[in-house]
Design a protein around this ligand. Structure first.
Ligand code: ADP
Length: 206
């Protein structure tokens, strides 16, 4: 009915993939002066990569993408653009995943046009080779078959969107079972808690 391949990512995966990025950068001897996290997905990995590399300057830009969980039609743009003088410092842009590559591409252009950087390199924890138009300079895991990855900082948002889809498709009872059946994974947060939260956010029409 609304079958979508979903994978639940845990904190160990995040730590391992972030180390995967920093290890490659060390091996490559790329000297990073400033890390730019793409908010919101790149915030946690950027902080971990900064720690592993000893980078003190971590800043952020918000790339807005009109994407709903597991829908792939998106248009990316910078929300809250600003100017900054990095005085030719080397930049590492960090995001969670390179799916289409749109966010990385727009972030790189924005940094180049507005931040006076030296070199700019890009990195993500995961790279989906079947969908991405560009390849990050550094990535930890290559994904061959597209799936929606539920990151631990996004469980609520993703589970709400995924349950919303089930409800919109007429699922009324046994949401746990329908979730497993359509998405192939157990919901990471108890469904009753998510329904309660949806009610609190006025997202339920019953
Ligand atoms: P990019 O490929 O440059 O990251 P996208 O526009 O494809 O840009 O993705 C934007 C953001 O949407 C990602 O940074 C991530 O937070 C989220 N996202 C996209 N695809 C997935 C996916 N398959 N699983 C989980 N999150 C995703």
């Amino acid at each position: 009915m609304v079958k979508i391949p979903v994978r639940v990512v845990d904190w160990d995966d995040i730590v391992n993939w972030s180390s995967g990025i920093s290890d490659k950068i060390k091996r490559d001897e790329y000297k990073v002066d400033v890390i730019i996290a793409i908010a919101r997905g790149g915030l946690v990995p950027a902080r971990l990569v900064a720690d592993a590399l000893g980078v003190l300057d971590v800043i952020s830009i918000k790339v807005e993408h009109w994407v709903q969980t597991a829908n792939k039609d998106v248009e990316a743009k910078i929300k809250f653009p600003y100017k900054l003088d990095l005085k030719g410092g080397n930049v590492l842009i960090v995001d969670d995943i390179c799916d289409t590559g749109d966010s990385l591409e727009i972030a790189k252009k924005f940094v180049s046009d507005n931040f006076n950087p030296g070199a700019i390199r890009t990195s993500t924890m995961q790279y989906i080779e079947s969908t991405a138009r560009i390849k990050p300079d550094y990535y930890a895991a290559t994904i061959t078959d597209w799936a929606w990855f539920m990151y631990p900082w996004n469980y609520w948002e993703d589970e709400i969107n995924l349950i919303r889809k089930l409800l919109d498709n007429g699922v009324k009872t046994d949401i746990e079972h329908a979730f497993k059946d359509n998405y192939g994974v157990e919901p990471p947060i108890p469904v009753k808690d998510v329904l309660e939260e949806m009610k609190r956010r006025n997202l339920l029409n019953f």
